[in-house]
Design a protein around this ligand. Sequence first.
Ligand code: ZN
Length: 363
Amino acid sequence: MLLYDSHTDSPSQIIRLRNMGIDNPLAQQDFPKMRRGGVSGSFFALYTPASYTPDQATRYALEMISAVYDAADENPDYAALAFSPSEAQEHLKQGIMSLFIGMENAAPIQESLSLLRSFYRLGVSYITLTHNGDNAVADSAAEGTRWGGLSPFGRSVVKEMNSLGMMVDLSHASDATFWDCIRWSKAPIICSHSCCRALCGHRRNLTDEMLQVLGEKDGYVGINFYPAFLSDDFGKTPSDAALLDEADAVEARFIEEPWNPVRVRAWHQMQERLQKEIWLPGVEAVADHIDHAVKMAGIEHVGIGTDYDGITVAPKGLEDISKIGALFDELRRRGYDNESLERISGRNLMEVFQRVINCSESA
Ligand SMILES: [Zn+2]
């Protein structure tokens, strides 16, 4: 079975000195775990915090690109960079995994279409227009006050991405940004790591109307594994909420000094505590969101965007990418046939990627 994941945050972890070539205890993702999970390819997202200045964001994104190239170069038996579905096909024949590059938060392109083109040439295949902050391109779900959707510059970004064959990714975008992109994009739209608002009320989950239009416009949604997007019950008891706050503080200290063994150990201990102490949804919750998205968008438009390495804690039974088979077992139990499973596990993602490239060539 092919398995392509539309969103993971491993570049942030590589920058924090994660060696992708070894099986790291408590890591949600590294190359050995990806191989054990049967991964064919994965989008490695260049996430930049909304708090960075434009120049800091650009510099940090370039450093992460370098880190991803280095991780591939150091592990040629595991993986290589891929810029298109056809390159991914070649890697399958060679028995190695494909690393695609996505950008999460358009801040690194600043207000420059030439920076956008430079990142495209370095291999960036999609841009998640915002993270949890409005930026020069568009409004986010977390704020949503600066432009009322796409900015005037954002419209020219979408147009340029259409003509380059880059995917426009609307996970984290405000509802108004979503509808603006549906209106302005000539190519299908993706939401690389989003869940369904009908099942969990988080503001950045997709409404039924959004899921329907993604299907109608030949787009794609990758279901996210983060418990806060899967279930309204996550983190709600006072003790769970307090532990999550503590986890944020421990992680912030680890990010400041990833070389400091004391801080690394504290982060690892916190990972263990979270997995043991907090209430977590299970595999069924992820399957519920897939079921609902399939009902709304159609079987050809749903996949997985795990968000591994970017989430504080993962669902029970899906603690890391090596365990992803449990999700497909659950879907099989629910009656999905082989073709449907193959679509959800990766074919839909490769097909939408190809459709976006085709759109750029026919323009
Ligand atoms: Zn994200």
